[in-house]
Design a protein around this ligand. Structure first.
Ligand SMILES: Nc1nc2c(c(=O)[nH]1)N[C@@H](CN(C=O)c1ccc(C(=O)N[C@@H](CCC(=O)O)C(=O)O)cc1)CN2
Ligand SMILES: NCC(=O)N[C@@H]1O[C@H](COP(=O)([O-])[O-])[C@@H](O)[C@H]1O
Length: 246
């Protein structure tokens, strides 16, 4: 074999720097079961990055305990202490940027974000929404689906844009509604699916596979349909196993 173009001992002691872990900041307002799913995925090396901070607008959010128990910086930024939505979002931007995130994740964060905030992080902010978007944007999605008597419901991971729950959808999972379902039972079924698809979507983003390109979500460079990819329960379980095997 011909001699290399460098003194052969150049790389003798070369130790590549470990790739910087991609950094995730998670915003919450409540229980944090989706945050816990992300923490658990990280613990199994299935997240593709590190949750470096959790920020809540509610001081009594149980998700703050989940963060602290996992050794993650947990910050309370109460929106009621600010005179306007714009002032709050300005303070929130500063707290977030101190952690230098690659991705901001809204995991049950119950504040409508201003255009200034959204555009500061456009393309690197994902939300989990408890419906099959574009159906049931906004709040009280389970009660509305039950009231309408629809047979199918579910959850969506989408990029956050100025339009409330209107951003390009990356990933969805469906659940069947039965006549016996209550708001509580339906919420439990939907959240079980949320806990599967949210870590997968976050991991795909951090791996650089899922992106926002213009007005479309793309996967490996291919634009996704308006309702994103639909992941069955079996697919999601297999994907997680594959994440373990990778
Ligand atoms: N500009 C955007 N902001 C937010 C988005 C978004 O897509 N664009 N997603 C939401 C998450 N969300 C549903 O998934 C949501 C959260 C909160 C509300 C809402 O009406 N909030 C009220 C307060 C409600 C409360 O405190 O219980 C408000 O902010 O006045 C609707 C949808 C996150 N933000
Ligand atoms: N419109 C926003 C919204 O309703 N988000 C929903 O809040 C719940 C938070 O649960 P968690 O705190 O246990 O993750 C989740 O089910 C999420 O889809």
């Amino acid at each position: 074999m011909s001699e290399p173009g460098y003194p052969s001992d150049t790389l003798k002691d070369f130790t590549p720097e470990p790739a910087e872990a991609r950094r995730v900041v998670v915003l919450i307002s409540g229980s944090g079961s989706n945050l816990q799913a992300l923490i658990d995925a990280q613990a199994h090396d299935e997240l593709g990055g590190e949750i470096v901070a959790v920020i809540s607008n509610q001081a009594d959010a149980y998700g703050l305990k989940r963060a602290r128990d996992a050794g993650i910086d947990a910050v309370v930024l109460p929106h009621r202490e600010y005179d306007s939505r714009e002032a709050y979002d300005g303070a929130l931007i500063k707290v977030i940027e101190r952690h230098e995130p690659d991705l901001i994740v809204l995991a049950g964060f119950m504040r409508i974000l201003t255009p200034r905030f959204v555009n500061r992080f456009l393309g690197r902010m994902l939300n989990i929404h408890p419906s099959l978007l574009p159906a049931y944007q906004g709040l009280h999605t389970h009660a509305r689906a039950l009231s309408d008597g629809v047979a199918e419901h579910g959850c969506s991971v989408h990029f956050v844009t100025e339009e409330l729950d209107g951003g390009p959808v990356a990933l969805q999972a469906e659940v069947a509604i039965t006549p016996e379902d209550t708001e509580e039972s339906l919420k439990a079924k939907v959240q079980a699916r949320e806990h599967l698809i949210f870590p997968i979507a976050v991991c795909w983003y951090l791996e650089g596979r899922l992106r926002l390109e213009g007005d479309a979500a793309t996967m490996d460079g291919t634009p996704l349909p308006p309702t994103g990819m639909r992941l069955s329960h079996a697919d999601a379980a297999e994907e997680l196993d594959e994440e373990i095997d990778d």
